[in-house]
Structures are given as C-alpha cells and as structure tokens.
Design a protein around this ligand. Structure first.
Ligand SMILES: Cc1cc2nc3c(=O)[nH]c(=O)nc-3n(C[C@H](O)[C@H](O)[C@H](O)COP(=O)(O)OP(=O)(O)OC[C@H]3O[C@@H](n4cnc5c(N)ncnc54)[C@H](O)[C@@H]3O)c2cc1C
Length: 553
C-alpha cells in the first residue's frame, strides 16, 4: 500500500512512519509496515536500494557471512527462489539481490531516492516528528525509524596534503559506479581492515605496483570461496527452517554452525592444532567458534592467535614482511575478524610493497606520493580503505531534536545511550535499527535487522491498537541497559582492542564498547520478554496524557 492509499495518512505530507535509509534494514522495514497498513515514506540519499552494497563497489567486495545465510528469511518464497552463485557473493550480486527484493515486493513507489534526511524535530504539542530533507521539504510522521546503517558513514583520514594529491583518490565505502581500471598504475592503499584485505589481492593483479600502508595488522582467515553447486543450494534450502531458527535463537552471532562444547585449553596441543587446521581449511568466520572461550580467556585466545600468526609466517616468504603482517596488539577476534582470498600471499608478489606505519607514520601526502619515514612512495592513485565512523556516524549527521529541544548528539556526547539499542530516552517514537546497545555488527546483520524490524513493527501496531500516542525509553531502564552492555563487554577480551567497536578509529570519539555482546539469541529473548510485559521499561502515553504533560512543562 502506498502513502496515498493508507487509511491513516492525513495528507500526502503526513505519514505514520518515516524510515531513513533503504539498505536491507529500510527495505524490510517498509515491507513490514506496509503489510500492517501503515503509511510509510522512505528517504534514501543514494540513487538506489542496497545501502552497503550500493556504496561499497570496490574490487573484491563481497560478504563474509555465507550468502545462503546472509540473506533475508522473512519470505520463504524469496529464499527458495533466489540462486546464490558463490559461497560468498560478490558485491554486484548482492546489489542485484537487493534490487530483486525491491521489485518483487514493489518497494520503490514509497522510497524517495537521492534525498538525504537532514533534520528530524519532535513537536511536543502535536506528538509528531517534522522531518526535513535535502529537497527542502518537510513532512510529518508519528514515528521515525533510523535505518541509516552502522557502516555507512565513510571516514576520510585526516592526512596533511591529501587535498593536494594530483592523482585520483577513492574511498572503498564510496566507490564510483563506473568501472575503475588500475592497469599500468602505481596504486597506494591506505588501511588494512576488511575492505583493504578484500581489495588488495584484486588491485595487485591490475596495478603495475601496489604499496599497502599498514598501521595495524589484522587477523584474517581464508574465505575458501567457491562456486555453489545446485546440490549445495538445495541442501541449504531444505534445511532452512532449522538453519534460520538456530541462527535467530541459539547462535551468539546469528550464524548457523556447530556450537563448541569446550574451551581451547581443554584439548592437548595436538588435538587443538588439528581442530584449528580443520577450520582453517574449511575457511570462514566460524574459525572463531571452534572453542567456547576464545573471546573470554587470554590464554585460550593466544592459542588461536598464535596459530594464525604461524600461518602468516608460512605463507609470506619474506620474514620481515611476515613479521609486520602478524597482528600483535590485540586478541584475535577482538576486532572484526577478516576473511580473505590470497591476502597474505599477495605480499609475495614482486609488484607489492608493505609499508609499516607503526614505525614510520605517514608524514604527508604530496602531489604524487605518500611520504613516510622521510621516503616518498610515488603513486598514481590512492585507495582509502579507512573504514567508517561506525554505528553512530550516520545518525550523528542528522540534526535530531527530541524533548525540550535536546539533540541526540548532545545526549550521546559521551557515547551512545539507548535502551536495548532500539530507543533513546527523551526521543519519543524514534527507533533505531541495529543501533548501539544491540548485537548489530557482532552478528550476521540480516538476522539482527529482521529481529529489530519485526519488534519495531509489532510495537508500532501495539501502540495503534491501544490508541497510544507516544512511547519512549525510560531513563532508569536505559541506564541499567547501558550498564549491562558495558558489564558484559568487560567480561570479554573485546575492549582490549582499539577497534571501531570502541570508536577508537575516530579521533575524539568517546571510547565506549558500542554493540551488545550478550549474543543474538539471549538478546532476542530479552526483547521478546520486554514486549510480552507490555513493553517494560518504556513509557507510553495516550493523547490525553501527552497533552497534560506539555501543559504542565
Ligand atoms: C564492505 C562491507 C561488507 C559487509 N559484509 C557483511 C557481511 O558479510 N555480513 C554482515 O552481517 N554484515 C556485513 N556488513 C555490514 C552491513 O552494513 C550490513 O550487513 C547491512 O548491509 C546493513 O544494512 P542497513 O540497511 O542496516 O544499513 P546500510 O546498508 O548501511 O544502509 C543504510 C542506508 O541509509 C542511507 N542513509 C544514511 N543516512 C541517511 C540520511 N540522513 N538520509 C537518507 N539516507 C541515509 C545510506 O545511504 C544507506 O544507503 C558489511 C559492511 C561492509 C561495509
């Protein structure tokens, strides 16, 4: 149903719900709300759907959760009919999937593309949000849902001279739509996180010379990507009910895999090594779930980290280069673990140079070179694989004003504060999908997105059924949740790393462990229990109560 045909839309400029963003979260949110007969307007700053997969078109971009699991489960027809070609689909195929979903569920009529939401202001006298976008128009909505993405605000590094560089500069998270050909060029890649680890082997095959500038070495496990056979797809499809149930309810990270029943130190050296070897050969993110205490116990973690460091030393022929590539300043898994295809082997190529920025930080970028340690590395093009202002970056770019004119940025100045990662006290009827305080980036995100979308849709319907005007997180429930999120994080090794989970990649950003590490299954249960108890910890008002509140304030 489009806005104009909704029962509750008062004018073409008034909606029940405004959704910001048309990635996987915004798309499913729209579908869900339309099914509940709400009028919805989605704003998307890009010219198409797909979010992450619309923006991240860099060479080698692909998912690192296997495609048969990194896909929607809300429609059985959809998951039965779509054919993933590879174990980890490349970006163009995931974008094609997003477009297929948009067409199949006729989403486009309610999405306004090329439009950025700039302001969202809560009007306490009317209990409505006024949403102003880059086209200069303002619409009102009872609810606003931020589906703005956790990794959607590309972070430009602050390096002296970058503006004066004469060659082309690309950010992996903002890659051009037209093909980029590095053939015959000297290319510099700055950063060695997941996007660099995926793109470096591909760029190395094209470039005449590739220089990789590394500040922090990262752990990476071979993806062992391969074409999927029809038999493999069929086997998955037949087992989907159980795979999806497990991912939602039992897995900590939303991925179907064997659950470890023992810790790394419960096995002897030989047994442990053979288990790591088996996972290394199998490839993929489940390397980290071989034991149940790798994220909790430093000595256990060391066994896995040492195994990977040894593998790097075996693969990389030059011992000096291998040493620089071996991560040594954080526990394995405490930064998002990477999945690669021939990343470490790429440093054996004669046309690839690794520069260690730990010993020689970048001094400046000149017109044609990157200068470190007093030496100029000449390049024709620069690839900035410098990541994102994660989890809060895109939200912070919107001027969001809640009760008493308080901005969300003011409220979150010392770090994001939410109840369940879904709402923030003082901002009624404003929801966040996979926000800080929820499992989010620690999980197969489509599992977490679907859980939030379903919970939010049900909550808004609950309000409508009871004539409730506002709902917002209560401050004490929020404080308790923030404390819980922190407490759980500090029982693990995660806070030891200077990771983007901690905001550590953005100078000046508060160091708070943002995602909820308690696990996807337990978290879902908590959210369900809260809803079953009439949305415990949330304050709800009827129109009458809300009027009184405004009158007395
Ligand atoms: C390279 C890369 C690989 C990844 N691989 C995986 C993976 O394998 N598995 C996994 O679980 N996760 C992965 N992720 C995380 C990924 O972001 C999520 O899986 C998922 O795609 C997020 O969907 P989303 O809709 O929440 O956000 P996004 O896809 O980021 O979409 C948010 C959208 O909101 C729009 N937007 C933001 N602000 C505004 C505004 N003010 N006005 C209008 N529009 C706005 C953006 O343009 C964007 O299109 C990956 C991320 C990256 C960057």
């Amino acid at each position: 149903m489009s806005a104009s045909s909704s029962v509750s839309a008062k004018t073409s400029e008034a909606y029940d719900v405004v959704v910001v963003g048309a990635g996987f979260a915004g798309m499913y949110m729209l579908h869900k709300l339309r099914g509940q007969a709400f009028s919805v307007r989605v704003y998307e700053q890009g010219s198409g759907v797909g979010g992450t997969w619309y923006w991240n078109r860099y060479p080698g971009a692909r998912c690192d959760v296997e495609s048969m699991q990194y896909s929607y489960s809300f429609s059985d027809e959809l998951q039965q009919e779509w054919d993933w070609s590879e174990r980890y689909a490349p970006q163009p195929e995931i974008l094609k999937y997003a477009n297929h979903v948009a067409d199949r569920f006729d989403l486009r009529p309610d999405i306004q593309f090329n439009t950025k939401v700039e302001h969202a202001v809560f009007d306490e006298s009317a209990n409505l949000w006024s949403v102003t976008s880059s086209d200069g128009k303002t619409v009102t909505a009872k609810h606003v849902i931020l589906a703005t993405g956790c990794l959607s605000n590309a972070r430009m590094p602050d390096i002296r001279g970058l503006d004066g560089f004469k060659g082309k500069v690309y950010h992996t998270g903002h890659w051009p739509h037209e093909a980029v050909d590095f053939t015959g060029q000297r290319v510099g890649v700055i950063g060695t996180g997941s996007s660099a680890i995926q793109s470096v082997p591909v760029i190395a095959e094209q470039a005449s010379h590739l220089t990789v500038f590394q500040r922090t070495a990262n752990f990476s496990i071979p993806a062992r990507n391969a074409l999927l056979t029809e038999a493999e797809r069929e086997s998955f499809r037949a087992r989907y009910p159980e795979i999806r149930r497990f991912a939602r309810e039992e897995a900590r990270n939303g991925i179907y895999t064997e659950m470890p029943d023992r810790g790394a130190l419960d096995d002897g050296d030989n047994e442990r090594r053979s288990k790591y070897e088996a996972r290394w050969s199998r490839g993929g993110l489940t390397f980290m779930s071989v034991y149940n205490n790798l994220a909790l116990d430093q000595a256990a973690n060391d066994t896995a980290a040492n195994f990977v460091r040894e593998k790097i030393a075996e693969i990389v022929k030059d011992p000096k280069t291998a040493k620089v590539l071996q991560p040594n300043n954080h526990p394995i898994g405490s930064k998002r673990i990477c999945i690669d295809t021939e990343y470490f082997a790429t440093f054996n190529r004669p046309n690839v140079t690794l520069v260690d920025l730990k010993s020689d930080p970048i001094e400046e970028i000149t017109a044609n070179a990157v200068r470190t340690g007093g030496k100029d590395y000449e390049v024709d093009a620069l690839v900035l694989a410098t990541g994102f202002d994660a989890m809060t970056g895109s939200v912070a770019k919107i001027d969001i004003r809640g009760r008493n004119g308080q901005t969300l940025n003011q409220k979150w100045a010392e770090g994001p504060k939410t109840y369940l990662g879904l709402m923030s006290a003082g901002f009624p009827n404003l929801f966040i999908i996979t926000g800080p305080g929820s499992p989010s980036v620690l999980s197969n995100m489509i599992v977490s997105i679907e859980q939030h979308v379903d919970w939010i849709g049900d909550c808004i319907a609950y309000m409508r059924d009871r004539d409730l005007d506002t709902m917002e997180a209560q401050k004490d429930a929020e404080d308790k949740w923030v404390a819980h999120v922190n407490e759980v994080a500090y029982t693990t090794l995660y806070p030891q790393a200077n990771s983007w989970y901690m905001g550590a990649n953005v100078p000046g950003k508060p160091r708070i462990f943002m995602p909820y590490i308690g696990g996807v299954g337990p978290y879902r249960q908590i959210c369900n229990d809260v809803a079953a108890k009439g949305y415990e910890g949330f304050a709800m008002t009827t129109a009458e109560l809300a009027q009184k509140r405004v009158a007395s304030s």
